[in-house]
Design a protein around this ligand. Sequence first.
Ligand SMILES: Nc1nc2c(ncn2[C@@H]2O[C@H](COP(=O)(O)OP(=O)(O)OP(=O)(O)O)[C@@H](O)[C@H]2O)c(=O)[nH]1
Ligand SMILES: [Mg+2]
Length: 189
Amino acid sequence: MNCFIPAKFLTTAVEKKQFPETTLPEFVMAGRSNVGKSSLINALTNQKSLAYVGKRPGKTRYINFYLVEDRVMLVDVPGYGYAQRSRFELQQYGKMMEDYFQLRKINAVLLVIDCRHGLTEDDEDMREFIESKNIPILIVATKADKLTFSKKLQVKAELTQKYKHPVVLFSSLNKLGLEEVDQWCIDHM
Ligand SMILES: Nc1nc2c(ncn2[C@@H]2O[C@H](COP(=O)(O)OP(=O)(O)OP(=O)(O)O)[C@@H](O)[C@H]2O)c(=O)[nH]1
Ligand SMILES: [Mg+2]
């Protein structure tokens, strides 16, 4: 069962007037730049290059909306913590994200983190921000293909103990955790 198939690109927004006029539930990927948010979207939709994946950080610059069968939306937002942005871009980014979280019907946030690093300071800020809006969070600890089996267990145990949110160890390379993420999203439709 995969709740994000079939998906297609709907639109890109830089500011709120470009947000699509839909009221469908939205699932958002949030996380640091280069952590693997766009790759997660491609895995969830079973498409190779629906969302743009880049070797270097800062690839997703605007908010991209992907529509699944007129019933749900997957939303890819730019990663935070990317230093190579101008002051203007950072201001624009902040405003765009604030508007996004204020105006949209967000069912849940998939907080994507690098399984090797845990939650960074930026991730903690984002987590607190999402919690303050009472939006359910799934912590997706990605790039799990880079960990040994025992290390994966350890990371999962540590994160689960530290946070009240569920945690999935994920890899967009070998699709570890894909069904678990999908099922959690189904449960939060
Ligand atoms: N080994 C491994 N590499 C991954 C995984 N997911 C993503 N990557 C790689 O990490 C890099 C960044 O992936 P993206 O999906 O573009 O990351 P992003 O979070 O969308 O990045 P921004 O758009 O810059 O915020 C790419 O080189 C991916 O191939 C994974 O599960 N395992
Ligand atoms: Mg991206």
